[in-house]
Ligand binder design. Sequence first.
Ligand code: TMP
Length: 213
Amino acid sequence: MPGIKRGVLISFEGVEGSGKTTQARALVDYLENKGAPFLFVRDPGSTEIGESIRQVLLNPEYKIMNPRCELFLFLAARAQLVYEKILPALNDKKIVVADRFSDSTLAYQVYGHNLPKRLISIFNRFASAGLKPDLTFLVDIDVLKGRSRGKINDRIEGLNRIYHEKVRRAYLRLAHRARGRIKVLNGERSVEELKTEVIGYVNEFLCKKGYKL
Ligand code: TMP
């Protein structure tokens, strides 16, 4: 890839049942078909350590987990993911597609649990080696509609509706503040319609970055 100095990070965000994972996977299939260099990760997870941390975080039996403990476990998993997988992939000029990243921490821990924003933004940057997504898709959907799409299996999905409404509002606020980076998609549209929208944005974005798809 002559002309490209470093890869790019594209993240997908949204409340439970928004369809963000389907869209992230669809983008990965598209990149694969085009022969573009990519890495797909989920946060928390995608490293051996991160997947173990994920099991602790989402275990429905750990209802007692303190929000501060939760925060540090998410950051620990992210630090491992960034240093073990994402930074090397960016150095190899890959397109990294992340199913969630640092915006989730702001929405779920800072706003969702009312933890101090300034402090946690510093921790968040530290855990991510200062890395921010270059492009983010926020798949927005009404909390009840999202929840009706799947079973409630894990500890965080099991938190009450008021919590998840807060998370949704937080995401929309973040998107408003970072309009250039975060694209808000209407999660009630069909998978195909959303896919077309995502691929349209990504093509334009990658073209500007010097990728030839
Ligand atoms: P998911 O990847 O299947 O959506 O599950 C991950 C869960 O973890 C989801 O409920 C959102 C939550 N989460 C946080 O609360 N904070 C974070 O920083 C991240 C990455 C995820």
